[in-house]
Write a protein that binds this ligand. Structure first.
Ligand SMILES: [Zn+2]
Length: 648
């Protein structure tokens, strides 16, 4: 049912006049499941490392001590008068642990490890004997209602909180090996099975807030994979069946993701298009993998492509006003939690499909919105990271979530670190079918993973990418070893140069993995030169008459503070004149990751910078610009190589 879409932009019109025209759409293979290689190590250097270290020092280490209610809300859950909670208060502890543990997987920072060990040691005793691990009073556990929500009786996202707790505990166990943490996740799953598995009343779907409360389906499949316990799989499948439940009035109670996904319906038109739905949807990919179920995988892929096509913005952020709207130009808030969920969804999609275009999406979202949702200081993150506008700390913008003992806790502050840490989950993957290692992330640093035969392959990446497109990879091995290494060639890199151990490689195509199957010798060097020619996404709908400019994966952004505090909206920019400058030429407190300049229609030179650092000092920034000579190139949904899964 899937068809390869036609590439609409004739390549002769590409801005980069030096780029040779392609003969046709790049070849992309059908589903090629990928997994994390054994012995995986991802140690970023460069810009990503600066962010990881800043977020560790200024948020992950002081966060729990500055906001002790993150744990205290569990300790005194039955003490009267009850704490005044939010429906989602129970998510904070688990979300924080998931984010921090993924950051730890990237940095192996011993200080962070010690801090998280103390956090988990204080957290685990707060689980009740029956497995309950939420903040709500005894009579209201997992019922969907409690008397103490924002000063009155209200709904609870209690099962959702337990989902995040399970995910946090399992991620921490993966990071350091903590049997106690895994056992706590098992006790949560056992409680959910006791309460909901089989013909029970109420069903989980009857507890309401179903975009959230059905999310345990995802964690239960993961726990089944770790433990082999069939009842976790059984409950996961039962919950997935409940996705299609309807009420007495015949209206959907939940998102109906499986059925609507299989039918190829757009995600924004499904019954529950809020962002939280992405987490229960991850159960479809997990079941598709565990049960080798092509229909579940198809449902997942269709939903993923629908969001990529219609609801992923130019900065890689997902959501408009906390949900899908079917319009990438919609100016509703692009919530941090939504983009984090999109990144998590996309990691699973990359592993399911082995499609390098999905890795392009992960890179786009990470380098632009993923970094941009953070102050470069690492001290605060945003609730909204808009395409045009300003950045505000979530502590301020959604201050209604602040409580005594947790002034800085909200859904986004506890979640934002995960986007940076997630790079470790897709940077280097393995393809069991071919025995290949797949190199996806081109930031500076070190990566390592074991080959099928057990040998450890190490990759030292030296580069200032994405400031330039030059990436040098040194291969480290104990002895000469034959294996296929697959390099992601981004869909936007139309003229890629690649040299392996001094020999030029032919046939390096965009939107593909370029596979190098040879005997590798210790110290062999790969020199990759990605095509960083400036590119254009010509806007439509609300962005009609405006365009976004990119170099490589970086969204170029106009920031008045880089332009002598000039106008908010510069005169039209000549797209042909964009050139990247050394970032050291920037004025101001925050050094841009990428600095560029271009000529404007009034003859002035306009400075542009990467989206991530634009507006870091509170100045207004803009990504939808008036641009002359704007010829559409990839990343626009209308002008991507593909806007759907590859042909089967
Ligand atoms: Zn949030």
């Amino acid at each position: 049912m899937t068809t390869r879409s036609i590439r609409l932009a004739p390549l002769a019109l590409l801005l980069a006049t030096t780029a040779p025209a392609l003969a046709g759409p790049p070849e992309t293979p059908p589903d090629r499941p990928l997994r994390k290689p054994a012995g995986l190590r991802v140690e970023p250097a460069g810009t990503l490392r600066e962010y990881l270290d800043a977020v560790t020092a200024n948020w992950l280490l002081p966060g729990p001590k500055a906001n002790p209610a993150i744990l205290a809300m569990f300790a005194d859950r039955d003490r009267q008068p009850y704490r005044d909670l939010l429906p989602w208060s129970g998510e904070f502890a688990g979300k924080f642990l998931t984010g921090a543990a993924t950051v730890y997987q990237s940095t192996r920072d011993p200080v962070l490890r010690k801090s998280l060990q103390e956090y988990v040691k204080a957290l685990l005793p707060l689980q009740d004997a029956d497995g309950y691990f939420g903040p709500f009073p005894k009579d209201h556990r997992l019922t969907g209602q409690t008397p103490n929500i924002q000063g009155k009786p209200g709904p609870t996202w209690d099962a959702w909180g337990h989902y995040h707790m399970m995910l946090g505990l399992m991620t921490w166990d993966e990071a350091v090996g903590d049997a106690d943490a895994l056992a706590a996740a098992v006790r949560i799953a056992d409680l959910l099975c006791d309460k909901f598995l089989g013909e029970k009343t109420p069903r989980l779907v009857d507890t309401g807030s179903t975009e959230m409360n059905l999310a345990p389906a995802h964690a239960l499949v993961l726990l089944h994979e770790k433990t082999g316990n069939p009842k976790y799989l059984a409950l996961a499948k039962q919950i997935v069946d409940e996705f299609a439940a309807t009420g007495p009035d015949g209206k959907p109670l939940a998102g109906d993701y499986d059925r609507r996904g299989r039918a190829g319906d757009e995600f924004f038109q499904t019954p529950k298009p809020r962002w939280e739905s992405l987490h229960p949807m991850q159960a479809l990919a997990a079941l598709g993998r565990v049960e080798n179920d092509a229909e579940r995988r198809k449902a997942y892929a269709n939903l993923w492509w629908s969001i990529a096509k219609l609801d992923r913005h130019n900065n890689g952020g997902f959501s408009s006003g906390e949900q899908a709207q079917g319009d990438p130009y919609h100016t509703g808030a692009i919530e941090t939690c939504c983009t984090i969920a999109w990144l998590a969804l996309s990691v699973d999609m990359l592993k399911q499909s082995g499609d390098p275009v999905v890795a392009d999406e992960l890179e786009l979202s990470t380098i632009n919105s993923g970094l941009g949702m953070w102050s470069p200081s690492g001290r605060w993150s945003t609730y909204n990271t808009p395409m045009d506008g300003v950045r505000q700390a979530n502590f301020h913008e959604i201050v209604f979530q602040s409580r005594p003992g947790s002034p800085e806790l909200n859904c986004c502050s506890v979640n934002a670190a995960r986007g940076l840490g997630l790079v470790s989950q897709w940077a280097l993957l393995a393809d069991d079918a071919s025995g290949a290692l797949m190199l996806n992330w081109y930031g500076a640093g070190k990566l390592a993973g074991r080959l099928k035969g057990g040998a450890l392959a190490r990759f030292d990446v030296e580069t200032d990418y994405p400031r330039s497109g030059r990436v040098v990879v040194k291969v480290g091995l104990d002895k000469p070893t034959t294996f296929p290494l697959a390099l992601r060639i981004p869909q936007w890199s139309t003229a890629t140069k690649l040299t392996v151990a001094g020999a030029v490689r032919a046939d390096v195509k965009p939107a593909s993995y370029h596979v190098i199957d040879r005997e590798w010798k210790p110290g062999d060097t790969i020199e990759l030169e990605l095509d960083m020619s400036p590119r254009v996404w010509a806007g439509e709908k609300g962005a009609s008459g405006r365009s976004s400019l990119y170099v490589g994966p970086v969204l170029l952004t106009y920031d008045a503070s880089l332009n002598d505090n000039g106008p908010d909206d510069p005169e039209p920019i000549d797209a042909r004149s964009v050139r990247v400058l050394p970032a050291t030429e920037a004025k101001g407190r925050f050094k841009p990751i990428v600095l560029a300049e271009a000529k404007a229609a009034d003859g002035k030179t306009v400075k542009l910078c990467d989206f991530a650092t634009a507006g870091a000092d509170g100045s207004r920034y803009r990504t939808w610009l008036r641009v002359d000579h704007a010829t559409p190139t990839p990343f626009s949904r209308e002008h991507s190589f593909r806007t759907g899964p590859p042909a089967e």
